[in-house]
Design a protein around this ligand. Structure first.
Ligand SMILES: C[S@@+](CC[C@H](N)C(=O)[O-])C[C@H]1O[C@@H](n2cnc3c(N)ncnc32)[C@H](O)[C@@H]1O
Length: 405
């Protein structure tokens, strides 16, 4: 064995599943394929698995963007202006880089916060025992129509009991941790398919006991949280702010971001409010802990269906968002947009080309195009109008467009 091999270190978990990058021979352009031949489970390391956020990107996409395009010498933060569940923030924290996100959804604020803040895990376990002791599901006299459609009577009484106990808890990082666990089991305890993006009734679904599901979820989260805390520092700031990407500079007033990672909703894929309607329903008592402006999530950009007027509004909003990005960044800073083409009535809408032109008009210079492939299955309802992940040369592409100011 060579001396060098002997000292070679095991890669850290967030370095293990980075995409396999292969250059594509395109004259005068920097084009690459980022292949991600890993399972969702492998990619959900540490706190990434705390909250299942439909429409998130694989953790390692954010990781690879940071490794390739973040200039450490700037020591300035990373911004994700469509932050979702905070995948970028977690990857930034693992690399000890300050980061912030912006999103219209309080669920995104909640998930990003819980996934990046440190907690006293022994206190979480104590609070869990408190929930287990106080749990007392009582039969619900009359179910609301939305409850009746999506939940068994026993699930409603169990969830109501947990929800009531959590609503009484003092505001603290540890109670936020439990709120995240509670919202993470809503889909599981409902009649809806877990894996489908938009809720759809699954007639075969086995009923799960809410308390059992909750306790199991908290315990899994605690294990992952402990591991996460070993690798990260609590003194570096990571925060998702409630707001719109199109007004980012009004929402955030700190240091300018030297890298912006941007993963907007995909045109003609789905809108977020209906996808998370069950979580918004059960999360109602907790909303104001995370959002100053209630129901702001209803102001999300409309991505579906891609009618002519919706598509026009979609691109106008992106133009406003990247104009804000340009305003916030310094010369030499980078912008990486993760986005996909789509079809409507079998006709291609070339989102990648349209965005490249738009962002160039704003003043950025394109520096690279990376197409990504994943090998895991995607729900049958959400993705048939989306980009093809498997190198279908002829049509829709899913990619990471990289620009420099
Ligand atoms: C594709 S997801 C981002 C997922 C994220 N990369 C992750 O891994 O969790 C797009 C996000 O954009 C948010 N969104 C919609 N309209 C927005 C707007 N005008 N400004 C900022 N965020 C918006 C949605 O709430 C959703 O969380």
């Amino acid at each position: 064995m060579l001396q060098a091999d002997f000292f070679e270190q095991e890669p850290q978990i967030w370095e293990k599943y980075l995409p396999i990058v292969e250059a594509v021979d395109v004259p005068e352009q920097n084009v690459n394929i980022w292949d991600i031949p890993y399972t969702i489970r492998q990619l959900a390391y540490l706190t990434h698995s705390h909250f299942r956020y439909y429409g998130k990107f694989p953790s390692v996409v954010a990781g690879q963007i940071i490794d390739e395009y973040y200039d450490k010498a700037t020591a300035r933060p990373i911004l994700d202006n469509f932050c979702g569940s905070g995948t970028t923030l977690v990857e930034a924290s693992l690399r000890e880089i300050p980061s912030f996100g912006i999103d219209v959804s309080w669920l995104a604020v909640m998930a990003s916060r819980v996934k990046t803040q440190h907690v006293e895990t022994s206190k979480v376990s104590e609070l869990l025992r408190e929930v287990e002791r106080a749990y007392s599901p009582s039969p619900v006299e009359e179910l609301q129509p939305h409850e009746e459609k999506w939940f068994e009577q026993s699930a409603v009484s169990g969830l109501k009991s947990i929800q009531g106990i959590l609503a009484e808890m003092d505001a603290a990082k540890e109670s936020e941790f439990l709120i995240c666990a509670f919202l993470a089991i809503i889909r599981r305890t409902s009649r809806a398919f877990d894996a489908e993006v938009r809720p759809h009734i699954n007639k075969e679904k086995r009923q799960r006991d809410p308390l059992q599901a909750f306790s199991k979820k908290v315990r899994e989260m605690v294990d992952n949280q402990r591991e996460y805390q070993l690798h990260t520092s609590d003194s570096i700031d990571h925060k998702c702010l409630l707001g719109g990407a199109e007004v980012a500079s009004h929402v955030y007033s700190g240091e300018s971001p030297s890298l912006i990672i941007s993963h907007p909703p995909y045109l003609n894929a789905f809108n977020y409010a209906p996808v998370f309607k069950l979580e918004y329903l059960w999360g109602e008592p907790f909303e104001e802990r995370f959002a100053k402006e209630r129901s702001y999530y209803k102001k999300e950009m409309i991505a579906h269906p891609a009618t002519e007027s919706n598509s026009e509004r979609y691109f106008n909003l992106l133009r406003a968002a990247y104009t804000e990005s340009y305003k916030m960044q310094q010369v030499g800073d980078s912008l990486a947009i993760v986005i996909g083409d789509c079809t409507r009535h079998k006709k291609l809408i070339p989102v990648l080309n349209t965005v490249t032109e738009m962002v160039s008009e704003i003043g950025y210079t394109p520096v690279a195009t990376n197409y990504r492939t994943t090998h895991y299955g995607t729900g049958k309802y959400a993705y048939n109008t989306r980009a093809d992940y498997h190198n279908d040369e002829s049509a829709k592409k899913d990619g990471i467009l990289v620009f420099r100011k």
